[in-house]
Design a protein around this ligand. Structure first.
Ligand SMILES: [Zn+2]
Ligand SMILES: [Zn+2]
Length: 727
């Protein structure tokens, strides 16, 4: 009988088939799904894809008991309509498995890959265990090695840890969401599903604490003195030695002392510094760098990296490692990369060295090496894929290059015994900086060949009014590092959890701001049951799962503990149900109001701009509440969540709104589609183009609405009948 290889995704199954086949690869189509049939050493092998998880947890009973821990694994396509596409892959695996007697797991080598495979094995193949292929790249050579040296069993610890995580998250998610939702319904008479997960709670709490600090911050004024001067024909800036002058009189005194005086160079300090090349990327550093350079959200970077991995262009991205072990045959990867013209000169430089040794970071990962290119030349990449690929490849090559030498220079200027400082820096020997190319961000600020005692010409001296700033908000780049240090979530889950907080409207904007609703939710939780938002508790569970992974702790014991804790939380919440329900329902209503109103109408200045739904087409648009006296109306994107910002457009005074759309970074825009601020980005991108299409469509609807209201059939049209607010 043939052997069945289980792969995680369709794209990976094709790579595996191509790599392992002795001869041709046959693709067998089956009701929209497919598998690959190959022979290897005269053995017939079927490579069958899953589409990620084919099973998920669900409650056994539909009765609303809370807490409820009576759960079972169910096919995902039976759990939610949105997963129906998975049924054909499920059926395909189930049928193909009947024809096979040997099974090999070739899903991604990590906890989730193991859970996916374990469930397929036990529920669709009737097996508890199977051989396991272990690989970090989908290249032909590595897949062949992984097949030839397949492990006899799955990693039992990793499987148990993975299953435990699913149970834990489900126990928390379902029970806490139920009690929150029911308390709102009971005491606020509104329906809204409010949920907070095991890791989302601590993550949101942590962000809300920063939000509180920012809100509570009182700025203190201070002054700075800026000197603009000219030396040898060039203009430069210098700051007064005290960066923060707390009394204005002191600043004025300095100004008057410098008035009509001449200045000269008192001292020049030069220091040379060796800059080591950066360590190769792990997932967190890649996400942070891609956010800083390209503004990709961590989730976006994860998705792009995943697709580069499944095309066999880079190694497995969900890794903590910053190390490149020598078994990787690094020299041959560099040699392969040299086939790409842009990397050729860089690779040749490295290959001409006697030793090819990478600079590595401290973090390691037993499962995978640092993210690195495989050497395969990419065929067709989308623009974001190609940017990320270039970043990963240049980072990889940089690791092998020599350290760079930088010089920084500090110039001390004396004007009537007042000291000012100018500083600059430059690269003396670029080395790895050249390899990292456009991604190396170093300031190059140089001075002419200045000597001490040389005179400067003062161009201006100004007093700058400043004030102390509150602690800064986290960006999607800086938050990851902080979460990693606090052990909130895991490398593989953080980006997704952050995205969920956005999707649920708990946080917003690029520099992360916790919404009023998010703050309310955290307040309610910390008043009524602190343990949901406790960092320690989540950290504790992470540790427990690591123990399970190592075979030092059992799933049963951990779940028993979790059941106890969730029961405690639920009981505590039940005791506070009225308080929770009253406060949260108020927050829900406020949130809805926030999501449907955008501020004062720029035309009549009395009405409020608000979302209305066309009674005929059911499509939404923004209109003025003073209708029919004011006929202001704007088309809005038909999809995605909108939120007011309390800001108006600089150009046309129309309110600015936030737009949240799935798979996109939230952005701000002026409500008026004809505004000049929008004209620019309307042209630029395909993404924005799709939006203009949508805008056109909504514009048409609005025009029709307004036109039909201008020619009323009856003489006194009732505004309320023309436009209806969503309930
Ligand atoms: Zn108006
Ligand atoms: Zn505008």
């Amino acid at each position: 009988m043939p052997t069945l290889i289980i792969s995680e995704k369709p794209s990976a199954s094709e790579k595996i088939a191509e790599a392992l086949a002795d001869g041709k690869v046959e693709k067998i189509n089956k009701n929209g799904s497919y598998y690959f049939k190959i022979t290897r050493d005269k053995k017939e092998i079927f490579i069958v894809p899953a589409v990620g998880h084919l099973f998920g947890l669900a409650l056994k009973s539909k009765k609303a008991v809370c807490p409820d821990f009576n759960v079972e694994w169910k096919p995902t396509w039976k759990i939610a309509k949105i997963n129906e596409y998975a049924k054909k892959y499920y059926d395909n695996l189930e049928e193909t498995a009947k024809k096979c007697d040997e099974f090999i797991v070739a899903t991604d080598w990590d906890i989730e890959g193991d859970v996916i495979a374990k469930n397929i094995l036990r529920f669709l193949c009737g097996k508890e265990d199977a051989k396991r292929m272990k690989f970090s790249t989908l290249t032909k050579q590595e897949l062949n090695d992984a097949y030839d040296n397949a492990l006899k069993n799955m990693d039992a610890g990793q499987v148990q840890a993975g299953l435990t995580r699913h149970y834990l998250d489900f126990y928390y998610g379902i029970n806490i969401s139920r009690i929150l939702t029911s308390s709102i319904k009971k005491f606020g008479k509104v329906f809204s599903i409010v949920s907070i997960g095991r890791v989302q709670g601590p993550m949101l709490n942590f962000l809300a604490e920063r939000e509180k600090e920012i809100k509570a911050f009182t700025p203190v004024p201070f002054w700075q003195i800026l000197l603009n001067y000219n030396i040898q024909g060039g203009s430069f800036e210098a700051m007064y030695e005290k960066k923060q002058i707390w009394e204005e009189e002191t600043a004025d005194k300095v100004l008057s002392e410098c008035k009509n005086k001449t200045g000269s160079i008192k001292e020049i300090k030069k220091t040379k510094k060796i800059k080591e090349p950066p360590a190769p990327f792990n997932l967190t550093t890649l996400q942070t760098e891609a956010y800083n350079l390209f503004s990709y959200s961590p989730k976006q970077t994860m998705d792009i990296a995943q697709s580069l991995y499944t095309s066999a262009y880079i190694s497995y991205p969900r890794t903590s490692s910053q190390q490149l072990p020598s078994q990787l045959n690094l020299k041959s990867i560099i040699a392969k990369l040299s086939k790409q013209n842009i990397y050729k000169p860089l690779c040749e430089k490295l290959l001409s060295k006697s030793k090819v040794e990478p600079k590595e970071g401290k973090k390691s990962d037993p499962a995978h090496p640092a993210i690195h290119p495989t050497g395969e030349t990419p065929k067709k990449l989308s623009a974001p894929e190609s940017k990320l690929y270039d970043l990963i490849t240049r980072r990889f090559l940089s690791c092998f290059a020599e350290p760079a030498l930088r010089e920084s220079m500090s110039i001390i200027i004396d004007i009537n015994n007042n000291i000012f400082r100018s500083s600059g820096s430059r690269t003396l020997e670029s080395n790895w900086i050249e390899f990292y190319g456009p991604f190396a961000k170093f300031q190059e600020k140089t001075f002419p060949d200045i000597k001490e005692k040389e005179k400067i010409q003062i161009e201006s001296i100004q007093k700058l009014d400043k004030e102390t700033a509150p602690p800064s908000r986290y960006s999607q780049g800086s938050i990851l590092k902080e979460l990693e240090e606090r052990v909130i979530g895991t490398k593989a889950t953080r980006a997704g959890i952050l995205q969920t907080l956005y999707d649920r409207g708990y946080i917003r904007d690029k520099s992360i701001e916790v919404t009023e609703f998010g703050v309310n939710l955290i307040e309610v939780l910390s008043d009524s049951c602190k343990s949901i938002i406790s960092e320690e508790l989540t950290r504790d569970f992470e540790k427990q799962m690591e123990k399970i992974n190592k075979g030092k702790e059992s799933m049963e014991k951990t779940l028993e503990k979790a059941e106890g804790l969730v029961s405690e939380i639920v009981n505590e919440m039940k005791n506070n149900e009225e308080k929770i329900g009253t406060k949260l329902s108020k927050a829900v209503i406020e949130k809805r109001e926030n999501e449907s109103t955008f501020g004062t109408c720029p035309n009549c200045k009395t009405g409020i701009l608000k979302i209305f739904y066309s009674p005929r087409t059911k499509k939404r648009f923004v209109g003025c509440t003073s209708y029919p006296n004011c006929k202001t109306g704007f088309p809005i994107p038909l999809k995605g969540k909108l939120q007011k910002t309390d800001k108006v457009c600089d150009k046309c005074k129309t309110p600015i709104i936030y737009v949240y759309r799935q798979g996109m970074r939230p952005f701000k825009m002026c409500l008026d589609p004809k505004c000049e601020t929008k004209a620019e980005w309307g042209k630029k991108k395909a993404k924005a183009k799709a939006e203009t299409e949508e805008d056109k469509e909504t514009e048409r609807i609005i025009k029709e609405e307004i036109l039909s209201s201008e020619k009323p059939k009856s003489k006194k049209p009732k505004a309320k009948k023309q436009v209806k607010t969503k309930k």
